[in-house]
Design a protein around this ligand. Structure first.
Ligand SMILES: [Zn+2]
Length: 63
């Protein structure tokens, strides 16, 4: 999966708050994403995160 800082991702599973759109906050061996609805931040290994992504909304598309 190719994504950059500032991109949005739609996850296969929704967050507990009902939202499925996340902002990519940090990229590296671990990825940090922030829920765009409740603001909760979640950090996980990149390889695990990649499996959860349904689609990517590049930063350039929403600026
Ligand atoms: Zn949330």
């Amino acid at each position: 999966m190719k994504y950059n800082l500032g991109d949005y991702v739609i996850t296969k599973k929704k967050h507990v708050c009902g939202n499925d759109k996340w902002l990519i906050d940090r990229v590296g061996a671990e990825v940090r994403i922030k829920c765009t609805q409740c603001g909760r931040e979640v950090m996980m290994m990149k390889m695990d995160f990649d499996k959860k992504i349904k689609s990517i909304i590049p930063k350039t598309n929403h600026e």
